[in-house]
Design a protein around this ligand. Structure first.
Ligand SMILES: Cc1ncc(COP(=O)(O)O)c(C=O)c1O
Length: 395
């Protein structure tokens, strides 16, 4: 735990919302602020060149992490920013998406004038419903946009297979990898999607930085999304030509320290090894599922199978409100998330499955794991849940 000062004295089970930051990332950002502080791509002096080199090195680290080239990695403010960019710039009317999407991968698409949304339903065990997926593909959507790993159910969606199907029929596949890239070994060529987006703060990096990766041919077709400095070629009173990728999609001064911090986070994750990160989370998830199933009245959403899900488990504790559960856990310094998890359509769907006819949508408690969690954290969670049951069964 020495690497993570933020973990001292707490049981942190909310990495799906945001991860903790290791000292190595903090040190690298501090180094930039103390030694290399200047704007990028501008100054004709050594300090600015150092800042530019550090920023572009970070981009190369992202590219190596994804198995791609640096000019295909656009820095954004995060997943939401990247999805807004795509929702504003990709052509097409018919957009297929699943019921398990985070609001970030629904609301931006909903705002497109004349958008026709095609919904992919889920099965009882929280996976994409195969018949519904087939029906969506049969409508030949222009775009399909799916989460790789659900932030509520933990479900790992079969992106590779879906990408193959999309390519056969000319549907562009966008992957929301906010919960994927931080936890699973990622090779964009193997995945086969056209675009993939994620956030730095969920993978040990700072807030305010994310990535849009795109297949070169597709990325080149995207028109600029924002306009200003850094993204231009020649500007006259009458008109402007635009810079090449990736600068064309990065208007204004970018989040320099944040990109450098993300590069350091990637160094940390690579040193640990993403296969090991995944294995560790698989084991913790297996242990947690085993222990949680012993608690009476606890109802778990999703596949309940560590092979088929990431390190995310969402559940209800009898009739105890999730916020009450979270409050009891907080008294023991156990940090979990409670509520709708930015997935209101999914909550509606789960409500219809679990309590047909109920008007108010259910809410869930969510525990999520990362490389720094240990079996003791699962034990703390279980003890806290047992207390919550006791406290709320009295009244
Ligand atoms: C699956 C998924 N998509 C998108 C987002 C949005 O990420 P950000 O808030 O970093 O833009 C999240 C964050 O919780 C998420 O879990």
């Amino acid at each position: 735990m020495l690497d993570f000062p933020g973990l001292e004295g707490i049981t942190y089970l909310d990495s799906a919302a945001s991860s903790q930051t290791p000292n190595q990332v903090l040190a690298r950002m501090e180094h930039y602020y103390q030694r290399d502080r200047a704007n990028v791509h501008r100054g004709a002096y050594a300090l600015s060149s150092r800042a530019t080199d550090a920023y572009e090195e970070a981009r190369q680290k992202v590219a190596d992490f994804l198995g791609t080239d640096a000019d295909q990695c656009v820095f954004t403010r995060g997943t939401t920013d990247a999805l807004n960019l795509l929702a504003r710039t990709l052509p097409g009317k018919k957009i297929a998406l699943s019921v398990m999407e985070h609001h970030s991968n629904l609301v931006p698409w909903q705002q497109r004038p004349e958008a026709e949304l095609i919904w992919i339903e889920i099965s009882e065990d929280g996976r994409l419903d195969q018949a519904s997926l087939e029906a969506a593909l049969a409508q030949k959507p222009d775009i399909m946009t799916l989460t790789w790993v659900s932030n509520v159910l933990g479900t790992i969606n079969p992106i590779q297979e879906i990408a193959r199907r999309c390519r056969e029929q000319g549907t562009l596949l966008v992957v929301d990898a906010a919960q994927g890239v931080p936890h699973l070994p990622t090779d964009v060529k193997e995945l086969g999607c056209h675009f993939l987006v994620f956030s730095g703060h969920k993978m040990l990096g700072p807030t305010g930085i994310g990535v849009l990766w795109g297949e070169r041919q597709q990325l080149e077709k995207l028109p600029p999304y924002q306009f200003g400095g850094s993204m231009v070629g020649l500007v006259t009173r009458e008109k402007t030509t635009f810079a090449d990728l990736p600068q064309r999609l990065e208007a204004g001064t970018p989040p320099i320290a944040e990109a450098i911090g993300l590069g350091a986070a990637i160094d940390f994750l690579r040193a640990r090894g993403m296969a090991k990160v995944r294995q560790h989370e698989k084991e913790l998830t297996g242990l947690a599922l085993h222990e949680l199933r012993k608690i009476p009245d606890l109802r778990i959403a999703g596949p309940q199978d560590p092979e088929k899900q990431g390190g995310v488990i969402s559940f209800q504790v009898g009739k105890v409100h999730p916020h009450d559960v979270a409050t009891i856990l907080d008294r023991r310094n156990v940090c979990v998330r409670a509520g709708h998890h930015c997935c209101q359509p999914l909550m509606r769907r789960l409500t219809d499955m679990w309590t047909p006819g109920a008007r108010a949508p259910i809410a869930l408690v969510r525990a999520s794991f990362y490389l720094y969690n240990q079996p003791e954290d699962v034990a703390q969670l279980v003890e806290g849940l047992q207390e919550a049951r006791k406290v709320f069964s009295r009244g």
